[in-house]
Design a protein around this ligand. Structure first.
Ligand code: FE2
Length: 256
């Protein structure tokens, strides 16, 4: 159901003369269907309204709070987007297919990651899963097949998770790295993809199919709850079927 009063409560920013058409996304986050006001709405409402300089900080702070803001049918030719690289093979799970924050290998993580499906001839068949951190780490531990769950570098973390219900913050990245490496080492790519589908189910990831023109703004680094994402094959990956492409950027860092 669409509401002119946005779905997400008291922190929803105001956008000057514009009202946003928003609804809760499933299973979390907010979906924006456009803006309306006395003037005709701009087709590129993402740049002309939501991320316009006067509203940008409030918009970014809102993404920090709700984790995921999905903007539908944005028509934009903004030059700051770059193609998402990364291929997936049948032999080996590729990097973008397991849960990660963007920028996790560099010195600074971007505040927000925007991934976008431009209008194009071929539909995007491969999903993108988004889920809160460290819930992703806990789901990865819980969904492990017994053969990996019992490995010495993993069994202790599993036991600690079931004893206390959580792991100390300073261990989250390390534990995730240990589990990811074990999964990549022990499982062939298709088994690893199936495992991550189980992880998605345990963590209740956002995995809606991509719609053309959609931009997903994902909280990636802030003092509160952040999200991780991954390229997600919802069915066995056979290769050879064309799929639309995605673009991305880090809006808090690249927009002037
Ligand atoms: Fe990424």
């Amino acid at each position: 159901m669409l509401a002119t009063a946005p779905a997400s409560g008291p922190w929803t920013p105001s956008f000057g003369p514009w009202t946003i058409l928003a609804a809760p996304a499933e299973p979390f986050g907010v979906e924006i269907h456009g803006v309306h006001g006395e003037q005709p709405a701009p087709a590129d409402y993402l740049h002309d309204v939501l991320l316009a300089p006067a509203h940008r900080e409030a918009m970014l702070a809102w993404i920090d709070r709700v984790g995921l803001v999905v903007c539908l049918d944005v028509r934009t030719a903004h030059p700051s987007y770059q193609d998402v690289r990364g291929r997936s093979s049948r032999g080996r799970l590729s990097q973008g297919e397991y849960y990660h924050h963007d920028g996790c290998s560099g010195p600074t993580k971007p505040r927000v990651v925007e991934i976008r499906c431009p209008h194009q001839a071929i539909e995007r068949r491969v999903a993108t899963a988004v889920a809160p951190f460290p819930d992703t780490v806990y789901a990865m531990l819980r969904a492990l097949p017994a053969s990996i769950a019992g490995l010495p570098e993993i069994a202790g973390h599993r036991a600690r998770l079931s004893d206390d219900g959580g792991l100390p913050r300073e261990t989250w990245d390390t534990v995730q790295g240990v589990v990811t490496r074990a999964v990549r080492r022990e499982l062939d790519a298709e088994s690893a993809r199936a495992y991550f589908r189980d992880v998605d189910a345990v963590v209740r990831a956002y995995r809606a199919p991509w719609r053309m023109g959609e931009s997903r703004l994902i909280a990636n680094a802030n003092p509160g709850v952040t999200m991780q994402h991954r390229r997600a094959y919802l069915e066995p990956h056979e290769g050879g079927r064309p799929s639309g492409h995605l673009v991305k950027r880090w809006p808090a860092e690249v927009l002037e």
